[in-house]
Design a protein around this ligand. Sequence first.
Ligand code: FES
Ligand SMILES: [Fe+2]
Length: 415
Amino acid sequence: MLSRENNERLTRVGPGTPMGKLMRCYWIPAAFASAVPEPDCPPVRVKLLGENLVLFRDSSNRLGLIDERCPHRLASMFFGRNEENGLRCVYHGIKFDVTGACTDAPCLPPSSPEVVDAVKKGLRVKSYRCMEKAGVVWTYMGEGEPPAFPDLEWTMVPENHRFASRHIQECNWLQALEGGFDAPHLTFLHASGNPNSMRSIVPSFYEVAASDFGFVVATGRDFGKETIAWNLNIMLMPFHKIISTSPFGAHMWVPMDDDNTMLYSVDFQPGRPLNDAELAKAKSGEWIHSENLPGSDIGVRNKSNDYLIDRELQKSGKSYTGLKGFGTQDCAIQESMGPIVDRIDEHLLAGDAAIIKLRQLLLNALRDHEAGKPVPGGDPASYRVRSTRCELPRDANMSELITQLVIVEQKQAAE
Ligand code: FES
Ligand SMILES: [Fe+2]
């Protein structure tokens, strides 16, 4: 369980909240760059950290992410005209550039240039800095100068080495992220057969340790050998995970607001392009993110239709849940806990050790940030790391485990 106060601290992400302030210390994905494919294309809505924003690409190819509300009479800038290096509100024609400055106010009655200038200065719209990297528009929503962009491996590989998609999870970001680091559920929720026969692969050991980039979550399975089989997963601040599959996977649980999360998923190969089979799998219906409702980021199988659960399939023993695809299974269960799970009612078990520690470390990060200490991940090079699997002697401790993480070479990553 977690106290109500700490649950609030960890889950709320709006402006001025403790986690909202911490999240705003990092570069955050706002949209795929393909959502604004060319200069002067239509603007798109973006919801991030509880803020309603509009993203546009101006005539000079600069990206702008501004408050959706026009500062004049608060009409939506989504309906704006994107023209001649600015987005013009269609209610009374006031125009803003990518920095949020008002560059034209044609609705003003004739007056001196000084008066026009003063009015325009007062009409600034809130704007956030953007950059385009690895097919994603990233934004910095904090104060002052942004940090250097983190050396996430998937963002440094050539375009044909990666495939990315996204979908909305209708629940709080932490609930979704915890699901990503919950090892025991793999044996049940995602089982294709009868998991009673798979109890032997439920992990026996759980360790979590803070690191330069965030946290290392280690899960050990005991197969009765001289060694323990470890899975080392990394949580890179503030919401990234790298998965040691082939191809590698990356997830980002990006909070849209307190109750909704945009999950970005990336498959990538560091040393070569994804092959046809890998691409087909990444795009296949096995994963919910490739099957979004047309024109939306909501999965075809979603809360409103009980994720199209197939009870016959569940009964047949071919699927534990009767839900198709890992993504659907995760969504169904994580959303079923409510928009923000009230963790005071939980009854945590030994297999939740990693989740408990992860929460503690996040609370520590909040406390340190509030005390003015540096946030984890301040050094972009600290992100140059991969999750991994390994076998180690039974007496291996956490510091030995951490040495097994694969450090991504700069040369390799820059290929
Ligand atoms: S509300 Fe936007 S110009 Fe008036
Ligand atoms: Fe899962």
